[in-house]
Design a protein around this ligand. Structure first.
Ligand code: PRT
Length: 110
């Protein structure tokens, strides 16, 4: 497993454990206690921050905002009971579909 895959999986598992075994004072626990609307608000805010940072040449700021958004999306997935494997399966199912669509577009051009 690559470092990126491993760290996302580990973070997802940690977030999931915060849901099943709440740790008082934990930010993740705070989000789960507040509930879905609060998590959605954070995902919205963090998405906007990613958009703003992407327009700035400062890579460090952009990376920080993408990391914040990633964390909050993982919290949202755990809240909704969606696993990383379910997302991976959906992405994998597009592989063939996307190349078929590209082929169809090529054919339609001529
Ligand atoms: N990756 C993160 C992470 N990214 C961002 N954040 C928190 O997200 C918040 C975003 O900052 P904001 O200023 O937007 O929000 P805020 O004003 O602090 O809070 P709000 O009142 O707006 O909700 C900060 O408090 C960050 O600490 C995170 N909090 C936790 N994690 C990871 O989650 C794991 C579990 O953390 P705890 O649940 O806190 O133990 C740890 O390993 C952390 O690495």
């Amino acid at each position: 497993m690559t470092a990126a895959k491993q760290s996302i999986t580990e973070l997802y598992d940690l977030i999931q454990s915060r849901k099943s075994q709440p740790v008082s004072g934990s930010y993740t626990d705070y989000l789960f206690t507040k509930g879905l609307d609060k998590i959605l608000k954070k995902v919205g805010e963090e998405s906007t921050e990613v958009i703003v940072a992407a327009k700035n040449p400062d890579d460090a700021a952009f990376i920080l905002e993408v990391a914040d958004l990633t964390y909050h999306v993982l919290v949202l997935m755990v809240e909704r009971g969606i696993s990383l494997d379910q997302i991976a399966t959906e992405l994998a199912s597009r592989e063939g579909k996307m190349s078929r669509l590209k082929e169809r577009d090529k054919i339609n051009k001529y």
